[in-house]
Structure formats: C-alpha cells, structure tokens
Design a protein around this ligand. Structure first.
Ligand code: ADP
Length: 301
C-alpha cells in the first residue's frame, strides 16, 4: 500500500514509529507536511499539490494534525477524503474532538460518564454557573487548549470568579467543571483502535500538580482497567467517530468520567509504558480497513 503520514515533523517519535511500522510491513510510506499542501478547491477533480507536484495514488493517510493547525490540517484531510483516500481518522471527527464543549455534548447525549460541567456566556450567570457544578474547587478550561494548557484549578470561589472573569475579558470560550479530587492527580489513557482498547496506562501528575499530561512532567505506569472503563473508552471513540483515539478517563466516585478524547494520541508514552507495538497495530488496522471511497462522511459536517 501507499501510505501518507500527515505530520509537520518526521523526527517526532510517533511519526518515526509509524514510518518504521509501515515499512516493516512492506508498505510505501511518505511523510507529508500538511501545511505545505495546497489545493485547487474549485477544480472539478479534487487534487492536492506539494512542492509543485500532484500528490497521487495514496491508499491511506494517517493524520497527525497538531491542535494549532486544526483548521488547515482538516481541510487537507477533507481533500484527501474527496479524492477517495482512506483517512485513519476522518476530518469531521478530528474537528469534533478538538472542541471540548462539542465533544462533551456528544458524549453526554449517549450517556457517557463525565465530570459535572457547565458553560455560560454572560457574566451575570457566573455565580449560578459555579453553583451548578457544585461550587469550588472547580476546574476552568479553555475550549481549545491541549496538553493541559488553559486548564486551571480554582480552589476557592474567589479564585474561580477571578479566573472566569479573566477568561471572559480575553473573549475566550471556556467551561467550568467539577474538580475530581478523588482521582488524586492521575488519569487513565486508553488507546483505542477500532473497537478495542489496545493499550492503557495510568498517568500521575507531578507533586503539587493536578494535570497528569506527560508533557507537564507526569509519569506513566502500566495499569489494568476495569470492563466499565474499557467500554467507556471504546464507546467514546465511536461516538466521536474516531477509529484511533486516546481516551482520557478519571476515576471519580461516580464511576469513570471522560475528560478528553484525543484524535492524534502520542505513541511514545504508551509504547514505553506498555512495551506494545501500538504503531504496528495502527498499520494493521489500516491494512484491514483502507478501501478507496470508504470514507463515511466525505468531509460533510
Ligand atoms: P488537555 O486537553 O489540555 O490535556 P484535559 O481536559 O485533558 O486538557 O485536562 C488535562 C489534565 O488535567 C487531565 O489529563 C487530568 O489529569 C486533569 N483534569 C482535567 N479535568 C479535570 C477535572 N475535572 N478534575 C480533575 N482533574 C482534571
């Protein structure tokens, strides 16, 4: 097969591993910087240009789109979809997962356990909003942050009001969430491929920190997850429409709650913690599912 990996940096661990895994299985693989792709979107036959040449003949693409370039990156994925190329995760699903509020709304509609979460626009409603989620301590989150940036713990009501005011002053969209303190700074990353959790790890935040992101100094260890956690992760990925996802779950005293569904989950932490060949499993999935024109949404919202 001819596989394209949409990634801005071929030296990243995840990109390198996917290239290795694809080559090991005898596939032709090319790393494509999606920001260097350009398109004639009005032409009758959709195509993508790169370095003066047309990108042609790809059976599948693996989008590894960074959060800061979601808009352009998903447009490139959509163009591939319109050309009939199979995308490991579809553009519509990637866009959905990048908006925390939209994701939570979709998950909640299907009965997935979530931290109690509120969203409001008007400053007049701040007090009520905080009451809605059970009062301080609360976590305030920017809707489009990643790697723990824009996720703030407000331990007192005063602090919560100040953070909410500050975010509003910046015209930023945010949500306010119950602080799941019983998780004690740890969360569970479930790596989902298709209908299975293929690897999972527990991440523990650094001392004095509540965010367990590995980019923020969190450490990972192997963990056995419960059947409920397993099914929560698989269902969450499915609801978002993602074939591959990193589903982050907190162990709350009201059961497993999902905080995030990531459409480009990193491979380094999970492969190191579990010793599994997750990159190889992704390529296996593509071998089984990449059929031309099989894209479900073809870029439709
Ligand atoms: P990001 O997308 O920026 O990683 P998350 O919503 O996943 O943001 O939050 C980052 C980390 O903060 C989570 O992995 C988790 O450890 C912690 N966290 C997030 N929400 C809560 C919450 N409501 N209660 C307790 N800890 C939380």
């Amino acid at each position: 097969m001819k596989i394209g990996i949409l990634s801005r940096n071929r030296k990243l661990y995840s990109t390198t591993r996917l290239v290795q895994a694809a080559q090991k299985r005898g596939h032709q693989v090319r790393v494509i910087n999606h920001l260097r792709c350009y398109m004639n979107i009005a032409s009758f036959k959709p195509s993508i240009q790169y370095d003066g040449k047309q990108l042609e003949g790809f059976d599948a693409i693996i989008p590894r789109i960074g959060a800061s370039v979601t808009f352009y990156g998903t447009a490139v994925v959509r163009q591939f979809e319109m050309m009939g190329t199979f995308s490991l995760n579809e553009s519509v699903a990637i866009s959905r997962s990048r908006d925390k509020l939209r994701s939570l709304q979709l998950l909640s509609r299907k009965g997935i356990g979530l931290p109690v979460t509120g969203f409001a626009h008007s400053p007049d409603d701040t007090e009520d909003l905080l009451n809605l989620v059970g009062g301080a301590p609360v976590v305030v989150k920017l809707l489009e942050g990643t790697q723990g940036k824009g996720v703030v713990l407000a331990e007192t009501r005063n602090a919560a009001e100040s953070v909410v005011e500050a975010f509003r002053g910046l015209n930023a969209n945010f949500l306010v969430q119950e602080f799941v303190k019983e998780a004690r700074g740890s969360d569970i990353r479930c790596f989902v491929i298709g209908e299975k959790v293929v690897a999972s790890m527990m991440r523990q935040a650094e001392e004095g920190e509540f965010r367990s992101n590995l980019h923020r100094g969190g450490t990972a260890k192997l963990i056995k997850i419960s059947p409920e956690e397993r099914s929560t992760a698989v269902r969450s990925a499915k609801i978002m429409g993602l074939n591959v996802a990193g589903v982050d779950i907190l162990r709350s005293n009201h059961g497993p709650v999902v905080v995030e569904v990531n459409s480009s989950p990193g491979l380094e932490g999970i492969e190191a913690a579990t010793g599994k060949d997750v990159a190889g499993m992704i390529i296996d999935y593509i071998e089984r599912h990449a059929k031309s024109g099989k894209t479900k949404t073809k870029g439709r919202g």
